[in-house]
Design a protein around this ligand. Structure first.
Ligand code: GTP
Ligand code: MG
Length: 392
């Protein structure tokens, strides 16, 4: 005596699968009886959806079994290939019993249809939430690769239920970006005098303007003694801009042409609380000037230093990564994101900062030295980057 089971969703399927099984086993349909039938729930992909199938167990009676309604004629046939006709199958008691199953299976079909409808509305809601956020992030200039990686994390970290709610998905996006964004302290601690504050970065990003803003913030308003150095030896009259600010602050300003002069001047002004060093704008592609800058940095690294890479928020994403990477040989401590007032989209900057994990110290948002420098909690900056721009 042996047994077999078939799992089906509808009666047609049961008929054809059973017929296949009978043919495969080469048994007379009269020897097959239904033992049990029960609905079972099959889990869907990733735990959503799923369906109910009918599991029907059959017993194949032994040829000598009394309950088997096997005729001698059929017994004789049993050793040849496919010894019974389709008609035998259809007229067998087994098939009659199958008819009674029909109703039950139809009920299961209705149930399955309902499950399918719920599942597809779930998926539709999730997809439209993700799509809306994706679209918004593209508009805010977040790079595609960054968006995809982020949404994949959101997909993995939220439950199916949570993904139905746009605001839950949106908050998750914000909190993931904010937790990836590193920030540097914007307090200037002077452990050992003189503290060196140095800004490096590409041409025209606002290094000189920003160093004046920092001198106001950390020097003048705190009553500290400070001086300016300018390492801008490449352009005649380049230090003029800084000189005029030094006059306003009534502090010394020294133009430096080489490492020896730098050493000397550091020595001369060693009783200052802070020495603010402005540097020449260098193209990130210009390895010669970056190397030259590196030699100067070696001299100042003997002191207590704060070195910031100034990077304009208007820069293209790939160029940002290139700048962050090339200047890394200098060994800066943090990034100052400048000119955020000149763009409506902060996506590329935020993505570049998150991906490189360099801490952000300040953002600058205008030309006014007395006002346009500020700090943000990462979460606020992320809100700014994702939402419509608010006045800052
Ligand atoms: N809109 C805007 N303009 C800024 C900001 N910071 C600086 N600028 C302007 O950008 C221009 C260049 O600024 P600088 O401070 O000279 O830039 P730099 O990096 O020192 O330039 P180089 O020394 O030539 O490399 C000036 O016109 C500044 O007023 C800012 O946050 N927003
Ligand atoms: Mg400058």
């Amino acid at each position: 005596m042996n047994y077999f089971s078939i799992e089906v969703e509808n009666i047609q399927e049961l008929r054809s699968k059973l017929y296949e099984e009978i043919k495969k086993r080469n048994i007379s349909p009269d020897r097959v009886i239904i033992l049990t039938k029960k609905p079972i729930k099959k889990k869907g992909f990733l735990g959503i959806g799923g369906k109910i199938v009918y599991q029907v167990w059959f017993q194949v009676l032994d040829q000598g079994d009394n309950s088997a309604q096997v005729t001698t004629e059929q017994n004789t046939k049993s050793n040849s290939k496919l010894q019974f006709s389709d008609e035998d199958v259809v007229n067998s008691p087994l098939y009659k019993e199958i008819e009674t199953l029909k109703k039950m299976i139809q009920e299961v079909m209705v149930e399955n249809k309902k499950i399918k409808e719920i599942t597809s509305s779930y998926l539709k809601a999730k997809e439209s939430n993700f799509e809306m956020i994706r679209k918004q992030m593209i508009e805010r200039d977040f790079p595609l690769g960054f968006i995809d990686k982020l949404l994949e994390r959101v997909d993995n970290e939220l439950s199916e239920e949570e993904k139905q709610n746009f605001y839950v998905v949106y908050d998750k996006v914000k909190s993931l970006i904010a937790s990836d964004l590193k920030v540097a302290s914007t307090e200037l601690f002077i452990n050992k005098k003189p503290k060196i504050v140095m800004l490096v970065g590409p041409t025209g990003v606002g290094k000189t303007t920003t160093i004046v803003k920092l001198a106001l913030l950390w020097g003048a308003t705190k009553g500290r003694k400070f001086v300016f150095f300018s390492l801008d030896k490449y352009r005649a009259g380049a230090s003029f801009q800084l000189k005029s600010f030094a006059e306003i602050f009534r502090v010394p300003m020294k133009s430096i042409r080489n490492e020896d002069e730098l050493r000397e001047s550091l020595d001369i002004f060693s009783d200052s609380d802070i020495i603010f060093i402005d540097t020449a704008g260098t193209s990130q592609k210009d390895t010669l000037t970056i190397n030259d800058l590196k030699e100067h940095v070696k001299v100042v690294k003997k002191y207590d230093v704060w070195i910031s890479l100034v990077m304009s928020a208007v820069t293209k994403y790939k160029d940002m990564l290139d700048i962050i990477n090339r200047y890394s040989t200098i060994g800066y401590n943090n990034i100052i994101l400048s000119k955020i007032d000149e763009t409506n989209t902060l996506g590329s900057s935020i993505a570049a900062l998150c991906e490189t994990q360099v801490p952000l110290s300040f953002v600058t948002n205008g030309q006014r030295v007395e006002a346009d420098i500020t700090t943000f909690r990462p979460v606020d900056l992320v809100y700014m980057a994702l939402d419509e721009r608010r006045d800052i």
